[in-house]
Each structure stands twice: as C-alpha cells, then as structure tokens.
Ligand binder design. Structure first.
Ligand SMILES: CC(C)(COP(=O)(O)OP(=O)(O)OC[C@H]1O[C@@H](n2cnc3c(N)ncnc32)[C@H](O)[C@@H]1OP(=O)(O)O)[C@@H](O)C(=O)NCCC(=O)NCCS
Length: 185
C-alpha cells in the first residue's frame, strides 16, 4: 500500500503502489471516463504511467495519487501532480494538476474536494510557484472545475496533441498562481 499523502473529509489520497494499474484499469479505464483523454488505454499503458508516477514520487515527493473513498474503501479516482512533459507543450516542467473520477461517483464534489487538497499540497510542501491544468474545449466539466478552482485560461499555452483526435484539440491550459490561491475568499 502506498503512503497516505493527503486526507480530506471524504477521501484518502495515497501514493501509487505495485499492482494499482490493474485496479485503475478495472475501475477508471472506461469509455465515459476516458472520452476526452484519448480513449480507453491498454493495461501496459497504465502500467507505464504508474511506473513513471512512482519514480516521480520517489525523486520529487509528488505524483498522481490513488483516491480512496473513506466510507467504502473503494478507488474512486486518480488525481495529483505531474510535470508538464508533452513535447509540444511550451511550458515544460511546470507543475500540472489533473484528475479523473469514476463515473458512478460524478457530481458529488469529489474532484473539487480532492483538488483543493492537491493544490494546497502543490503550494505548500511541494513549493510550486504556480500550477497548470490541461484539457480541451469539449471537456466542459473539466474546465468548469478549473474555473471553480480560480484557475485562469492561458491561450498562449495551447498546443496540438497528436494523440488526441480533432475534437479534443487543441490542448488548452489553465493556470493558477500561489498568490491567487492564497488570496481566495
Ligand atoms: C471532470 C470530472 C473530474 C469532474 O468530477 P466530479 O467529481 O464529478 O466534479 P465535482 O462534483 O467535484 O464538480 C466540481 C465542479 O466541476 C464542474 N463540473 C463537473 N462536472 C461537470 C459537468 N458534467 N458539466 C458541467 N460542469 C461540471 C462544475 O463547475 C462543478 O461545480 P458545481 O457542482 O458547483 O457546479 C469528471 O467528470 C471526470 O472524471 N471526467 C472524466 C475524466 C476527465 O475528463 N478528467 C479531466 C481531464 S482534464
């Protein structure tokens, strides 16, 4: 079991550990959840992402985390921080926050609850000066969440992602500075 990194009222966010890729594949790798993320992945692709996440966590102390519902112990999402590393992105190395929630738990406030904790973590222990989040115009729920978190659209950071179809291009970015986060009401 990976370290418990963050805790909120309803959620535990713990580090990825060996074997979590199969769990993520079963619970989160569905057509609805992956619709704007390039579609359902092969298990080996999730394993490769998890290996990268575990290495990032070991080296820098942050990565995407497994989101566990306290009342059931179920995996309900995957969220956290990575470094922008898409070769076409103009802001390599920025701290990128991201999220996905299993479909039967959508619209319960889980993504927002988790991301408040993740952003506090980014600006606290991790010491990020600003964070960004990536999505597409068609992924309305995702950019509305970015706006609810106080993030601002950065058109200057848009880029084309060949892994995604035309309907999810360009990749668009929102950003949030530590000062804006700390001064929110
Ligand atoms: C986007 C996603 C993470 C939202 O998760 P969620 O737990 O349902 O979101 P929350 O309940 O915390 O909602 C927070 C805010 O997000 C926005 N939002 C979430 N889903 C929305 C939807 N379907 N339509 C419009 N706005 C939505 C709203 O602003 C909402 O605030 P409100 O409830 O006050 O209106 C979820 O739909 C998901 O996993 N989608 C598939 C994966 C994905 O695309 N991830 C993002 C990659 S960039």
């Amino acid at each position: 079991m990976g370290d418990i990194v963050l805790e909120t009222e309803r959620l535990i966010l713990r580090a990825i550990s060996e074997g979590d890729a199969a769990l993520q594949d079963r619970v989160l790798n569905t057509p609805a959840v992956m619709e704007h993320l390039g579609g359902v992945k092969q298990l080996h692709e999730i394993e490769a992402k998890h290996a990268k996440g575990m290495a990032l966590y070991a080296q820098y102390g942050f990565s995407f985390l497994m989101m566990i519902e306290k009342t059931t112990g179920d995996l309900v999402g995957h969220a956290g921080i990575k470094q922008v590393d898409h070769p076409a992105a103009p802001n390599q190395g920025d701290h990128e926050v991201g999220w996905l929630i299993r479909e039967d738990r959508w619209r319960r406030g889980y993504a927002h609850e988790a991301m408040v904790a993740v952003i506090d973590w980014a600006f606290g222990r991790i010491g990020a000066p600003h964070v960004v989040a990536l999505t597409s115009l068609r992924n309305i729920g995702s950019w509305k969440l970015m706006e609810k978190l106080g993030m601002e659209r950065r058109q200057d950071l848009d880029f084309t992602d060949p892994a995604f179809g035309p309907s999810d291009n360009p990749a668009i970015q929102y950003a949030l500075t530590r000062e804006t986060w700390k001064s929110r009401p």
